[in-house]
Each structure stands twice: as structure tokens, then as C-alpha cells.
Design a protein around this ligand. Structure first.
Ligand code: WQD
Length: 334
């Protein structure tokens, strides 16, 4: 069975993808420098699946380390998660983001070329659509005008992948444009574990419900949306992980460079998410409305048709499932 390398595979999306790959009978190798992940995640992936994972604690910017791994492991495809992803931090530290996110990708691609590895799935983001496209976002739209250096690294990497695939007819690349991943594996053994104060909405909700945070601030209720709060396309991380398995199966049989949205195709407002979380978990959340956050776009969600057409993939988990699983993870995650 195919042996798949997950760079950054100990992280939130990577660990859930490792579980779904193992469940499908793939062999999994994880390379992670544990900058934003814990080694215990590897054990939990094995506990959930009852299967073993090969783990390398390396930085994928280190060419000699990646070469040594590909010398030793017979890898059929790479799923590339490794990268810094804090939008606000990227604005403060652009050089760190460009150096790390671009360098990691170039190092992997160079080593893959030297080892004749021809399939690459990239963890991209809806942020590449920028603030000016109409909604729902479609893959054929012009991308760019990203609102942060983090988003621009995703944009640059997609362009690099297009150019590299244009010169190597055997190379198969799929850039998966994530919308807003939330939720956790129903076991409660793996989930999102932001370091420090959470930037994203769902972990801030669960930490407020847990009493770790005093109060959730809703960043603005004066947007041009039905209830005044921002609208996003929230996708359960297990659905997202299964989308990676579907993209891998597609890449194993197709060449070229293809961007594909991974979203539910539905928009949910901040207030709607809060109300759903409260109802599903029977919790009264402490929140207040504050000023808008710089860079926030009023509303965006996915046109999910291409993923259904090419990958035969669509979301199945509901918003309620995501709220229930996020809270279960927060309660079990000591
Ligand atoms: C969602 C909504 C906030 C926190 C970003 C990146 C994207 C991806 C996911 C990395 C917005 C509101 C949030 C809070 C709030 N990247 N909010 N109070 O900004 O849509 O997407 O994260 O993994 O590339 O751009 O997600 O969860 O930060 O915000 O009111 O304490 O929740 O204003 O409207 P976002 P988010």
C-alpha cells in the first residue's frame, strides 16, 4: 500500500489526516519539528487507529534531513502541512513567515525531484482569494491581494507549484484551499491546541466555556450581514481530513496542478456559531461585542462543486457535530 509523508503531520489538520489515511490502509510517515505540536500526538494517532506511525523529528527546511528521510523511506506522495499559520503574527514577522513557509516547500520539492516522488498535496487556504472576490469563492477566480504575509505565502506557494508542475508532466499537485477548520476527532484524543491566546474563533469559544478565558469578544456586529457579524464557512476537521485522502487518491491517478476548495458551501455567522455551541453543549457563553478586527472580511464561503466533481468529496459533519466535538476535546484535553 502507498506510503505517504506528512510534513507537519503532528499538527491539528495533519494529525486528523494521518488518522484517516491509516483508516484507509495507507502507511504514514510524519516529519515534524514540534514547533507547534507535541510528540504525544503521534501516540494518540496510534491509539485511535491501532496502527503504527513512523515519526521523524526534523525541520523540513533542512535539506539534508529531508534527503536522509527520502533515502530511507519509499515515499509515494507528500502532503505538506508544515508552516507557520498565525495571521496576526505574520504581519509582525513577515521575514520569518516567508523564510520558513517558502523554504520548507522548496526544500521538499527539490528533494522529491531528486528522489522521483511525483505527488504533492498542499495545505493552502481560502485566504488566497483576497478581499475583492464575490462569494461563493470558485477555483477559477483570480487570486491575490492577500490581507496578510501568511496568506501571501500560500499564494506564492500555489504559484511555485503551478510553475514546477508545468515543467514536469508526471508531477501531480493538488492545492487544497481550506475554509475555516473547526471541531476535533470524536474520541477527544486529538484536536486544535493553539499555543497562547487563541487567534481563531472556536478555540476561543471553548476556552471561554472552560473558564480559561474570561470573556469572548465578538469582533464587530456592524458588518453588512443579516445579524451584523462576519460569515465564514466552518468545516469539521474530520471532513477536511477525508478531503485530503480523496485528493491523494485523485493525485495518484492524475498529473498537473489543481486548486480545490475544501469547504461546506454554507455560510455561518459568529452569532450563529455561538448560539449553536450554547445549544448543543447546554452552556451559557460569556461574550460581548467589541470593535472590528483589522483585516477581517465581512463574509466568505466556498463553492464546493469542484471537490464533489473531481474528488467525489463533500462535507457530512454538521455545525452541531463540530461544536460538540470541539467541546469534548476541550474537556478531555488536560
Ligand atoms: C472567524 C470569525 C472573526 C476570534 C483565519 C485565517 C485562515 C485560517 C483560519 C489558519 C471572524 C471572529 C474570531 C475572536 C471573533 N488560517 N472572531 N472573536 O479569520 O476567518 O480565518 O483562520 O488556520 O486562513 O485567515 O478565522 O477563527 O480567526 O475568525 O469575533 O476571538 O470569528 O472576526 O469574523 P478567519 P477566525
Amino acid at each position: 500500500m502507498s506510503r505517504i509523508l506528512l510534513s507537519g503531520g503532528a499538527g491539528y489538520i495533519g494529525s486528523h489526516t494521518a488518522v484517516e489515511l491509516l483508516n484507509e490502509g495507507f502507511e504514514v510517515v510524519i516529519a515534524d519539528n514540534l514547533y507547534n505540536a507535541e510528540k504525544s500526538v503521534i501516540d494518540r494517532i496510534e491509539e485511535i487507529t491501532g496502527k503504527s506511525v513512523t515519526f521523524y523529528e526534523i525541520d523540513v527546511c533542512d535539506k539534508s534531513a529531508v534527503d536522509a528521510l527520502l533515502d530511507k523511506e519509499n515515499i509515494d506522495a507528500v502532503i505538506h502541512f508544515a508552516g507557520y499559520k498565525a495571521v496576526g503574527e505574520s504581519v509582525q514577522k513577515p521575514l520569518m513567515y516567508y523564510r520558513n513557509n517558502i523554504d520548507a516547500t522548496l526544500t521538499l520539492l527539490e528533494s522529491m525531484k531528486e528522489h522521483n516522488v511525483k505527488r504533492f498535496i498542499f495545505s493552502s487556504s481560502a485566504t488566497v482569494y483576497g478581499p475583492f472576490n464575490a462569494i461563493p469563492y470558485v477555483e477559477t477566480m483570480k487570486i491575490g491581494d492577500c490581507t496578510s504575509p501568511y496568506g501571501t505565502t500560500k499564494l506564492m506557494i500555489e504559484k511555485i507549484l503551478d510553475d514546477v508542475a508545468a515543467t514536469d508532466k508526471e508531477l501531480s499537485v493538488v492545492s487544497l484551499r481550506y475554509f475555516n477548520p473547526i471541531g476535533a476527532h470524536p474520541s477527544g484524543l486529538i484536536g486544535e491546541k493553539p499555543s497562547g491566546i487563541p487567534n481563531n474563533l472556536m478555540p476561543y469559544i471553548t476556552q471561554t466555556a472552560k473558564g480559561i478565558r474570561e470573556c469572548l469578544t465578538v469582533f464587530g456586529d456592524d458588518y453588512d450581514t443579516p445579524d451584523g457579524t462576519c460569515i465564514r464557512d466552518y468545516i469539521h476537521v474530520v471532513d477536511l481530513a477525508k478531503g485530503h485522502v480523496a485528493a491523494l487518491k485523485y493525485a495518484l491517478n492524475h498529473a498537473g496542478s489543481t486548486p480545490i476548495n475544501l469547504g461546506s458551501g454554507k455560510g455561518t455567522s459568529v452569532f450563529e456559531l455561538i448560539k449553536t455551541f450554547e445549544r448543543v453543549n447546554n452552556i451559557k457563553l460569556n461574550y460581548k461585542v467589541g470593535p472590528r478586527r483589522d483585516g477581517d472580511i465581512a463574509a466568505f464561503y466556498a463553492d464546493a462543486a469542484l471537490a464533489k466533481k473531481l474528488l467525489n468529496w463533500e462535507t457530512h459533519q454538521t455545525l452541531e457535530d463540530s461544536c460538540r466535538d470541539s467541546w469534548n476535546w476541550e474537556c478531555k484535553n488536560k
